[in-house]
Design a protein around this ligand. Structure first.
Ligand code: XUL
Ligand code: CO
Length: 456
């Protein structure tokens, strides 16, 4: 990757150079303590395991405003720009300067993050493609790649009742115009994936909603998107990003299990995989690792929106990941599933409203990247030491041979299975009752995990 810090000519993060790995004892806040991109872990470089991406929207579009207060970030790329298009051009220069200085290989965007909406669908498309042409040049100059693109089909007031699931056909058609252009943009930029996050594909009240119809329309919309993109030569993966609620009361892509059922029901499971977000898992009442494991078990794990929530808050706080325990468990599941192929770790995370120093955006990403580097090393220790995987394997070993294996392969009827149980018998109060009373060893396994956490 080239060290082309400010390809656009103007430097937007002056005084900050290339972020380097300096090791755990470094007291330089603007250095990686654990993320050493070229370090080999389990036969692969850290950077190739982790495939970090920066989320354009949080890092370059958000201005720190919240429902209780106005903007706190005054981005230099907006200052002095005469038109929204000028600001978009500056913002893209700043974004690529940031990616390059941070040393991430990927980024993700919504159409409206990179280019402003125009007066008509065709002007919006023109704006988008002006910025896509610029992004293409910057990608070539820096080596930064597009992990995934998406369309923002939730912010504009016209989408207040949904996009694919809007009760008005006209809105769904306008959403299609935006979707088609966003797919074209993703293909033009060689995006590895295309994501659907259905922020308003859900309902606020069942009193005004035909749930069955809306879900059918959603499936129809996704099928059309898949067919169009494939026809245009898109080789990447489509992702659905589950989230249970917010902004709707109920979102149809509630959690991993719901999305897996939906994809299989509509024949979309060959083209779509899941993009699992940590904070969304928490809102659905699940652990991040539960959602990852569920997607992996279905063979549908794809990518990750890396962030964290606050267990005492009921909304999407989108904080940068910091918990080694959480990243270790996540990376363990990801490594077990074979690692990332088209996907990666996209920091769908935002700095706090009062983090107003330009360096704060770097510090946030450095912390998140270090947290996942540690998680990767811990996961690799779990796998290479082998005690935990061996314990799990052994726990199910009675299904590997004999009647157990016959059961697993579907070679026994219920009568045969019942007879095996009856013949083996049990002694009341468990004297002869070996079956079912072996320890799950959770505490032992948790202790092992903590040992791996600090190195063997
Ligand atoms: C919202 C969210 C989105 C998606 C992309 O909660 O996660 O930013 O990742 O639309
Ligand atoms: Co997300």
């Amino acid at each position: 990757m080239a060290d082309n810090f400010f390809v656009g000519g103007k430097e937007y993060f002056p005084g900050i150079g290339k972020i380097k790995y300096e090791g755990a004892k470094s007291d330089n806040p603007l250095a990686f303590k654990y993320y050493d991109p070229d370090k080999e872990v389990g036969g692969k470089k850290m950077k190739d395991h982790l495939r970090f991406a920066v989320a354009y929207w949080h890092s370059f579009c958000a201005d720190g405003s919240d429902p209780f207060g106005s903007a706190t970030f005054h981005h230099p790329w907006n200052a002095g720009a005469k038109t929204p298009m000028d600001a978009a051009q500056n913002k893209m220069d700043a974004a690529f300067e940031f990616f390059t200085k941070l040393g991430v290989e990927f980024y993700c965007f919504h159409d409206r993050d990179i280019a402003p909406e125009g007066e008509s669908p065709s002007e919006s498309e023109k704006n988008l493609f002006t910025l896509v042409a610029k992004a293409k040049k910057l990608q070539e100059a820096t080596g930064v790649k597009l992990l995934w693109g998406t369309a923002n089909l939730f912010s504009h007031p016209r989408f207040m009742n949904g996009a694919a699931t809007n009760p008005e056909f006209g809105v769904t058609a306008l959403a299609a115009a935006q979707l088609k252009a966003a797919i074209d943009a993703t293909i033009e930029l060689d995006g590895r994936g295309y994501t659907f996050w259905g922020g308003r594909e859900g309902y606020m009240s069942l009193l005004n909603t035909d749930l069955k119809r809306e879900k059918e329309h959603l499936a129809r919309f996704l099928t059309m998107a898949r067919d169009y993109a494939r026809k245009q030569g898109f080789k990447g993966v489509f992702y659905i990003e589950p989230k249970p609620m917010e902004p709707t009361k109920h979102q149809y892509d509630y959690d991993a299990e719901t999305v897996i059922g939906f994809l299989r029901c509509h024949g979309l499971d060959k083209d779509f995989r899941l993009n699992i977000e940590a904070n969304h898992a928490e809102l659905a009442g699940h652990d991040f690792v539960h959602e990852l494991e569920t997607a992996a078990a279905a063979g549908l794990f794809g990518s990750v929106d890396a962030n964290r929530g606050d267990p005492r808050n009921g909304w999407d706080t989108d904080q940068f990941p910091m918990s080694f325990h959480e990243t270790a468990m996540a990376m363990y599941v990801i490594l077990k599933a074979g690692g990332f192929t088209t996907g990666g770790l996209n920091f769908d995370a935002k700095i706090r409203r009062n983090s107003v120093d330009p360096s704060d955006l770097f510090l946030a990403h450095i912390g998140g990247m270090d947290a996942f580097a540690v998680g990767l090393e811990v996961a690799d220790r779990i796998i290479s030491d082998g005690k935990i995987p061996a314990f799990v394997k052994q726990r199910y070993s009675s299904f590997d041979t004999g009647d157990g294996a016959k059961f697993a392969k579907g070679e026994l009827t219920l009568e045969q299975l019942a007879k095996i149980g009856t013949d083996a018998g049990y002694e009341k109060n468990g004297k002869n009752g070996k079956a079912g009373v072996s320890s799950g060893k959770q505490e032992y396994l948790e202790n092992l995990l903590n040992q791996y956490m600090l190195g063997l």
